[in-house]
Design a protein around this ligand. Sequence first.
Ligand code: GLN
Length: 245
Amino acid sequence: MELNICHLYPDILNLYGDRGNIIAMTRRLRDRGIGVSVEECSIGQPLSAAKYDIFFIGGGQDFEQEILLRDLAAGKSREIISAVEEEKTFLAICGGYQMLGGYYKTWDGNQLDFIGALDLYTVGAKDRMIGNYMFETAPEDGGTMVVGFENHSGKTYLGDSVQPLGTVIEGFGNNGEDKTEGARYKNVFATYSHGSLLPKNPVLCDHILHTALSHKYGDVPPLSPLNDTLETRAHDYMQKRLSKA
Ligand code: GLN
């Protein structure tokens, strides 16, 4: 078995080491003898979405999101929408998550019309939502506790066809109002959780990898366990710290 990963805009959208998610996915596949390739696709490079099984989009600030609008409109938006509908696996973080939605209206009133692959929109607030946070994924996604870090001005609201990735236990999540965090649609996983999301949440990482493998190869047995002593320690330390908050 083999998975081909496309890292979209790695030079523009890479806040807080979001690239670590690619490293975690790659390592966890190779450690099990599963092949993996990673290709980068940025401004001006055509995207042939059919070649890939997993797409990763990191976070970026309003400025970076705005400069990508023209490149998205020149073809990538269309490719991304069909890949989503074909049930390819996506992991999108913060600014990348917002870009899969319909639009982002910044807190000072600038409307950025995005890809529109997911039925959701984002509205900027003057007060940013910043800090370590924690959410529990929906039962269909394993009901696992995810620890992370968020830093966003945008408040995201989900439409009816999109489910939240989880329920906020500590912190803000999508908007600080309705306790939802992130989005799930077909095989898209979107979240506000930056940086070492997958390295310190190995259960979520394996769930995403298993989703992509099952889509490509049909019924795939559960992934073999790895030695997650350090990952679990990092995860449990943060969970304990946040439980006391
Ligand atoms: N620009 C967006 C916001 O502030 C995304 C920020 C990010 O990716 N950290 O809401």
